[in-house]
Structures are given as C-alpha cells and as structure tokens.
Design a protein around this ligand. Sequence first.
Ligand code: ATP
Ligand code: MN
Length: 459
Amino acid sequence: MKKRIANVLAAPQIGEQLQVAGWVRTRRDASGFSFIEVGDGSSLANIQVIADQTLANYGDEVKKLSVGCSVLVTGILQESPAKGQAVELRATEVQVLGWADPESYPLQKKQHSFEFLRNITHLRPRTNALGAVARVRSRLSYGVHTFFQDRGFIQVHTPIITTSDCEGAGEMFQVTTPSHASEVKVGEESGGEFFGRPAGLTVSGQLQAEVYAQALGNVYTFGPTFRAENSNTSRHLAEFWMVEPEMAFCDLEGNRHVAEEMLKYLVRLVLAECAEDLALFDRFIAKGLLARLQQVVDQEFAHITYTQAVEELLQSKQSFTYPVQWGIDLQSEHERYLTETIYQRPLIVTDYPAAIKPFYMRVSEDGRTVAAMDILVPGIGEIIGGSQREERYDVLLARMQQAGIEPSGYEWYLDLRRYGTVPHSGFGLGFERLVQFVTGMANIREVIPFPRTPGFAPC
Ligand code: ATP
Ligand code: MN
C-alpha cells in the first residue's frame, strides 16, 4: 500500500487508500485545512496532500511542517477540484518522520544558484533540477548497457588501478601506500612499490578493452576514469565516467557509424522516457533544448576531415584566441565554432595529424595523418574521441619509439600484434558530457552526483 508518487500519478485509482513517504516541498494553509506538496524523488511531480483540522496532530505538527521535513502520509486518493493537478491525497494520517528547522535548512523555496548548491552537495539532489539530472543520468546509464548488450557487445570490467600510463603520464594520479610514497613517478621502475612497479588510477580503459576485443570481438567498458588535469573548465572533472566500446574487424568508418547510432539511440531514449524532466530543462535551463535534441535524432551527423576543418576555420575569417593552421590541436573555441556556427549539428572530424595524436592510432597511407575521429556537439565541443588502432607490429613499435615510450612496459600490448593481429577500432564517450548535452546543464559539476575538481571534493 506504500507507493512511489510517480506510480500513483501515472495510474491514479480514485478512491484507493494508500501511503506515500517523502519530503515536504511547500505547505499552504486555508481555513480548516492545509495543502502540503510532497515529493519523493521518483518523479519531478509532487503529490498534493489535503490535511484538515480533524487530524489529531493538525495544530501541533501539521501546521508546523516546513520545506524539507519528511512525512509518511496515509490517505485516500480523490479527484482534485482545483487546477494544477488531477488528483490529490486526502490524508487520514500525517506522520512526521523528521523535522527540518526552517531557520537553518539551506534549501528554501526560492531558486538557488548552482554555485550555491555545489557547496551543499549532500542536499542538492532534493532540488527539482538536480533530482531531474539524477533520473536522466540513471536512464542514460541503463541505455548505454541496453544499446551495447542488444547488439551483442560483451561488457568488460577493466582495471581502475593500472600500471600502463599510456598517454596520461602527466595527468595520472599515483596509487601507492604511505610507506611507499616517494618521489617515484609512474612509468619508472621501482622494486619497492606495492605492485612491484609504479601504479596509478586509470585515465582510460581502452588498452585493456583492446585485449578483450581481440579475443571476443565486440566489447565495451563503462567505468570511472581519473585525470589530474589542472583545468578548471565547465567540461573537465578529475573523476568522470567513460563509455568505451572496442570492436575487432572494424575500421574507422564502422567506428564512426556505431558512435553516431549510439548517440542517437541515447537521445531518443531520454526523449521518450524522461519527457517530464527534459521539459523542465527546456523551460528553465536551456531554451530550445527539446527541439535541438529532436534534430540530433532526425538529422545525419556532418562529417569532415581535420584538413577540411582547418580550411573552413581559415575561410571563416573569425578571429580566434589560438590561431589556426594545419598541425595544431583544435581548441575548444575552434571545435565549438565548427559544430555550433558552421554546421549547427553534431560533427564528426576524422584524420588528424599523426604528430598530435597518441601512438596507438593507425597511421594512414599519407604517412602524416592517423585514423582518428572526434565527435563535436553544439554547446559542449568534444563529446567522443576515438580511432582505428594500429594493428601492424612494426609501425606500432616505431610510433612508440618516436613518442619516447619504453616498449618493455607494453610487451603485452605488442603481443596482440604479434599473435593474430586484426584491424580494430573504438572510442571513448565522456558520460558526463553526454548528460550535459541532453540536459543542457552549463557546468559539468552539476551532472555528476559528487564532483571532483582541483581543490574540491567535499563528500
Ligand atoms: P578534451 O580535449 O576535452 O580534454 P580529451 O581529448 O582529453 O578531451 P579523450 O582522452 O579522447 O579526451 O577522452 C575521451 C572523452 O572523455 C572525451 O571526448 C570527453 O568526452 C571525455 N573527457 C575527457 N577528459 C575529461 C574530463 N577531464 N572530464 C570529463 N570528461 C572528459
Ligand atoms: Mn583532455
């Protein structure tokens, strides 16, 4: 008989006796009774409770309820005579579970800024916007699994503690014990370390996902990744989640198609299943969001090469902080100009200069570009980075040496090219950037429950 409010409102049964438990959003008094809005987080909508003076605790308790108090309400569902809601719960009992002193409770009825809410990370999921983000995020996470599982991809749990530093040397958090903590750097040999060698928190599960792709075909990993980058932007976190599929017998073109299909699938999923929450974002956070998301689903993504992108930027006559020329790493301002102003839709850029990309990306016939792809979306910039991987032993070894990477730590990675090597590809989707994209939230700190950034990790 205790029910979630979302379920009550989705299929109301007039005359049913039921119980709901939640937190008071507002209380309004009329003569002889009070309206109490109660929310339980199951949906954006609250249920309206009618509590009248015949309740034993009406004067002592009900009339003292304030925002944030927790209550267990028993009552009978009836049609609501007033506008604004179809049904209301006429209370036969209101049990107060926990008070929330209005003098000190930080969440009052008024709108709080997201900056303010970040400092009460433990209370902010009780707000409409952050609650909606949490529900959308959960649905997207579920969607990542159904997308890949329905297509036969096998989930691999790649390690969080890693001893291969890959591209992330400067960005890696070291993992050690207090007695081993020394000035030893990741990538250097050290006999005394807990793992016998320096270890760190993973910056990407890709290299290990490649191992399983070259045994099981199509795999994906979806887990936390860590980067100690000291960039205080609205799109970077020190701890974030990444979705990384890896596909054997798949070239860059196949990779690109899977990425586009996946993004469309996930946007379609939330449009269908999180309509109420998305409508809130469309109204209060990012006007026009719903129309933009619908376009993402309906339109084909644009696709150009890096070389074309550079030409377009040069022709645009737009002045950028970082000047454009062939060979530069595209900056956020360039990426956003391409996807927001020139193409006005998601844009896939492929075939970047080899010199600015990691050693594992496959060198193309021209010798100066690699089979890399980034997907850029309006409002965010880069949301996905991926590539076809170098499957040729000699070329890979040469690229490692060029990059100054000691092959001895990567014998296992080279072995994959020694024994039964196959063409393969994959990409990494920043999960928080996806949540930002579909909710329109301006800052990445609002789309992860407990953000970690330089100098910030309160709970
Ligand atoms: P950027 O240039 O935006 O820093 P990147 O090139 O470092 O991204 P990759 O190493 O290709 O990113 O990682 C794959 C994806 O992970 C990115 O496309 C992005 O969506 C996400 N990502 C990367 N770094 C972060 C971060 N610090 N916080 C949140 N998401 C991130
Ligand atoms: Mn980065």
